[in-house]
Design a protein around this ligand. Structure first.
Ligand code: NAD
Ligand code: DAU
Length: 339
């Protein structure tokens, strides 16, 4: 099958492309990516010469280019990762989140309806459910919960979820949707908590923990997310939402301490800084549906995944050093300078 992957030069999209080309030698992939600050063509270097792979630089909001691509390539499946993905940036500048995440998604699903495809898979997030209280460990996100976004990022993702489901019902678009918890692993942009803390610790820089560090996230190794999407794409039921998560809840402060310990760095690097506005307290996924229907279970335990991830950042310094020494410096100063 021919799969169009949007946002494949980013963190999860690139890991998904590597996974699919390895697991499904018969498939071919076209990656559509605008190469924003978060997209990095060098990440895709290992597959750029693969005859089953083609990279196209384009913005998902550019209707003409998107339609041309559908007309010339006639993809069977679309897996849609492209998005503005960082909560802090959405608080600083919400507009681009609405444009890319909502309007860009609309352009893509319009193209799917116009040209016809077998399935559109929308990669969404658990953040669309809002958050859970810290003192209710019995509560989890289930697919039937109403949407209740907290940040402009999650609101834009929730909007795109609704739009995709409306195209399923109104235009008969074959669509599936997944809502995953926090991912970690290779090639994650260093603005996100885990790679930021690894990169700062390696440089003996302060580790900026928001608030008291007691917010809880439910961490999943990126390859487990990719395997889940592959399963949903092939075997999931059209019009259904699948939560993805591995029951791995951790407090931010405990992860940062673990990173210090793994890298042999002192905890005195930890600096508590002003909290994120609207900061969600706890995310926790109930993955029963994807487990019962599709047999999915995570394969990488956090204790192994975090070691592998730290090892990757140690072994691939040039990948992230190039980023942190570029425009990112300005971003870091703006976000953390007066915090
Ligand atoms: P990322 O920021 O690392 O990558 C986003 C990619 O999209 C980049 O390559 C960027 O160039 C591309 N892009 C952005 N705007 C574009 C546009 N207008 N046209 C074409 N390409 C564009 O993001 P990520 O962390 O890999 O997340 C991928 C998807 O998964 C997102 O939809 C996100 O909401 C979702 N998600 C992420 C996580 C997580 O923990 N990172 C968890 C659940 C869901
Ligand atoms: O839950 C899925 C979501 O996970 C995805 O939809 C988003 O795209 C992805 O960015 C991620 O969102 P979070 O806001 O949870 O991830 P982030 O890495 O930005 O932050 C994780 C936690 O760490 C959060 O509670 C905020 C905190 N944090 C983050 C940064 C960047 C800090 O304490 N210090 C920091 O410098």
């Amino acid at each position: 099958m021919k799969i169009l992957v949007t946002g494949g030069a980013g963190f999860i999209g690139s890991n998904f492309i590597f996974y699919m080309l390895k697991e499904h030698p018969e498939d071919s992939i076209i990656c559509l990516d605008a190469l924003t600050y978060a997209g990095n063509l060098s990440t895709l270097k290992p597959v750029l010469d693969d005859p089953r792979f083609r990279f196209v630089k384009a913005d998902i909001c550019d209707r003409e280019k998107v339609y041309d691509l559908f007309e010339s390539e006639k993809p069977d499946y679309v897996v849609h990762f492209a998005a503005e993905s960082h909560v802090d940036r959405s608080i600083d500048d919400p507009g681009i989140f609405v444009k890319t995440n909502v309007l860009g998604t609309q352009v893509l699903i319009d193209a799917c309806v116009k040209y016809g495809i077998k399935r559109f898979h929308h990669v969404s997030t658990d953040e669309v459910y809002g958050d859970l209280p810290l003192d209710r460990p019995d509560m989890f996100f289930v697919e039937t919960l109403p949407l209740k976004a907290s940040s402009p990022y999650s609101a834009s993702k929730a909007s795109s979820d609704l739009l995709v489901m409306s195209y399923h019902r109104t235009f008969g678009l074959d669509a599936t949707l997944s809502r995953c918890s926090n991912n970690y692993g290779p090639y994650q942009f260093p603005e996100k908590m885990i790679p930021l803390m690894i990169a700062n610790a390696m440089a003996d820089k302060p580790l900026p923990v928001y608030g008291e560090g007691i917010n809880v996230r439910d961490w999943l190794y990126v390859e487990d997310h990719c395997r889940a999407i592959d399963l949903i794409l092939r075997k999931g039921r059209s019009g259904e939402v699948y939560n993805i998560g591995g029951h791995n809840e951790m407090r931010n402060i405990d992860i940062v301490k673990l990173i210090c310990a793994e890298l042999g760095k002192p905890e005195s690097l930890i600096t508590f800084v002003k909290d994120r506005k609207g900061h969600d307290m706890r995310y926790a996924i109930d993955p029963a549906k994807i487990h019962n229907e599709l047999g999915w279970l995570p394969q990488t335990m956090f204790r192994d995944g975090i070691k592998k991830t730290i090892r990757w950042y140690l072994d691939n310094r040039s990948w992230w050093e190039e980023i942190v020494n570029g425009d990112y410096k300005e971003y870091y100063q703006k976000m953390y300078g007066n915090r």
